[in-house]
Design a protein around this ligand. Sequence first.
Ligand code: ZN
Ligand code: ZN
Length: 156
Amino acid sequence: MSGTTEGKSRLNQVVEQLKIQGYRLTPQRMAVLKILLESGEHLSAEEIHTRLTPQFPMTSLATIYKTVGVLKEMGEVLELSFGREGSLYDGKRPYPHPHLICVRCRAVLDPEVDLLDGISLELSRTTGYQLLSQRLEFYGICPTCQAAEQDQNSNP
Ligand SMILES: [Zn+2]
Ligand SMILES: [Zn+2]
C-alpha cells in the first residue's frame, strides 16, 4: 500500500460523493478534505485549523467541525475521542484499527499489524454478538520521547 495514488483516488471518490449529496465544496472545505484524507496523521480540529490558516486565514473552526461531521456521517473519517481532551481524526484509515498513543507527546501511530480480524471473529463466535465496531488503544512512550528522556538522564 503506497499512499499517494490510493489517497488521491479516494479523495476524488469522496469529492464525487459530496457533490452527489449537493454539498458545496468551497476551496476551504477542499483543503480540509485534503488534509484529512491524505496526511495519514491523527489530527484535532484545532490542528487542521492551524494548517489551514496560512492559506485560508478566514476559515473558522466551525467550518472544520462541519466538514469533519459530514465525512463522519459518510464513514470516511474515524474519530478517536478522548473525552474532555477532545478528538483526533484519522481520514486515511476510516475503518476501526488499533492505535499506539504516546502519553508524553500524544503522537498517534497506526501499527502495521493485522490482529483485529482474528479477535473480532473469535469474539463474535464465542459471544454471539454481531460486532459493529471496536476501539483498541495501546498507551506508552514513543521512541522519540524515550531518547529525549535518556539524553536528559545522561547530562544532568
Ligand atoms: Zn512521544
Ligand atoms: Zn489511525
